[in-house]
Design a binder for this molecule. Structure first.
Ligand code: FES
Ligand code: FE2
Length: 423
């Protein structure tokens, strides 16, 4: 491969269009991280900030982030959801300092000098505006309308809320591709559903956010890293499944448990993989695996959707969750999980979802290892900025696959990433 030297961080990249290798410095360089904030998170992308169901009532609010920029999502008196940058228009303080809550008064007041804003982010109150005792105060031409919070363009897609800093880019539907696999799977889970939030977990992972982006686009690892998946058959590379790519870097991995052939099971056993230990492990309470089959009218038992830059939506058996990726510097990110079901769920189904929630999250029987795999990558790539990774499973190209032994979806990520970053 011919190499290309690019300025950012002094990194040497494979020639343009080659997506089967990246220099490890992309995970470690501060200059790369800073450029990502401008070109990706505050660039032409739609960023997930929450579920509308997290704000069921007028006055509800939630503080979150787009990239590392603090933002707040609110539901106003009129029921409309809006979002603004959580930075006071006066001298820059955080306006909202709580994670979530209900603001019955309807105004958000900065603690520093008590400028106050409504749920839309408009400035509605300024103390000492005309001064005190005829002294001080703002100039006569001070216009409250010019000092609102930075409002973000927002779209509510079947209950999932996305914002962008880019007022000129196409709408969310265009961003994910109309009628593509991503849209199909999103609608399968969200469309015409009244979502019910079941709870949250948050975990802080000392790794660059892109190691996790790679992980969630990686069907190859799941049989080889996750003992629970392999041993109990929730997911195996030998199952019927595949990967789809839409609009550059949005991807879907899906599989159907129980579809492994006898020959594939025998081959798996004979290969003596660490992760297949059906003879050594049994579950004390096997009811964990007793989901409700056919809930979505098909036999798909696992869907991992990765909507760049910051969202993973997951169905594993009957458990549903969104995972929001929040970068916290070049070598850390926070992963915010929101578990959900549907308001129409009967009690048995709700209990199935809650029990299967044990599979995922920070200490999940399946997903615990994903955080750890990101960490051990981050620890190992230090000082090897211009050594390249190898992303060649399933070939070197970017295309859909009707199997799960591929890294094509990771190559799709790097392809779009390089274009957005100008690498
Ligand atoms: S910084 Fe917010 S009121 Fe002064
Ligand atoms: Fe995993």
């Amino acid at each position: 491969m011919d190499a290309r030297v690019k300025r950012t961080g002094g990194l040497i990249w494979p020639e343009e269009g080659v997506t089967s290798a990246v220099p490890y410095g992309v995970f470690t360089e501060q200059a790369v991280y800073d450029e990502e904030q401008a070109r990706i998170f505050r660039g032409p992308t739609w960023n997930f900030i929450g579920l509308a169901a997290e704000l069921p009532n007028a006055g509800d609010f939630k503080a979150t982030f787009v990239g590392d920029t603090p933002v707040v999502m609110t539901r106003g008196d009129d029921g409309a959801i809006q979002a603004w940058v959580n930075r006071c228009a006066h001298r820059g303080a955080l306006v909202c300092r709580e994670l979530r809550g209900n603001n019955a008064a309807g105004t958000y007041t900065c603690v520093y000098h008590q400028w106050s804003f409504d749920a839309r982010g408009d400035l509605v109150g300024v103390p000492f505006r005309k001064g005190l005792g005829g002294k001080g105060g703002y100039p006569a031409d001070f216009d409250m309308k010019q000092h609102g919070l930075r409002k973000l363009r927002l779209e509510n897609y079947h209950g999932a809320v996305f914002v962008t800093f880019d007022d000129a880019m196409p709408g969310f539907q265009d961003y994910i591709g109309a009628d593509g696999a991503v849209d199909y799977h999103l609608q399968r889970i969200l469309k015409d559903r009244d979502l019910e939030v079941l709870g949250h977990t948050r975990q802080y992972i000392p790794s660059n956010w892109k190691f996790y982006a790679e992980n969630t686009k990686d069907p190859y690892h799941a049989s080889l890293l996750h003992l629970f998946h392999m041993t109990f058959g929730l997911y195996r590379s030998s199952q019927v499944g595949g990967v789809n790519i839409t609009n550059g870097w949005h991807t879907v991995l899906f599989s159907r448990s129980g579809t492994d052939s006898d020959a594939a099971i025998t081959e798996t056993r004979d290969s003596k993989l660490r992760t297949y230990q059906a003879d050594s492990y049994t579950l004390a309470d096997p009811s964990l695996l007793n989901g409700r089959k056919g809930e979505w009218g098909d036999d798909v038992t696992l869907v991992i959707m990765s909507l760049m830059p910051n969202l993973v939506i997951q169905q594993i058996q009957n458990t549903l969750a969104v995972r929001q990726i929040v970068p916290k510097g070049r070598d850390a990110f926070e992963l915010v999980w929101t578990y959900f079901g549907y308001k129409t769920d009967d009690e048995e189904l709700r209990n199935i979802r809650l029990k299967q929630a044990n599979l995922i999250g920070p200490a999940g029987l399946i997903s615990m290892e994903d955080g750890e795999s990101s960490v051990i990558c981050q620890q190992a790539v230090i000082r090897d900025q211009n050594t390249w990774s190898c992303i060649e499973m399933g070939g070197r190209d970017v295309k859909d696959a009707d199997h799960l032994v591929t890294e094509t979806t990771i190559r799709a990520f790097w392809d779009e990433y390089r274009q957005l970053m100008g690498y």
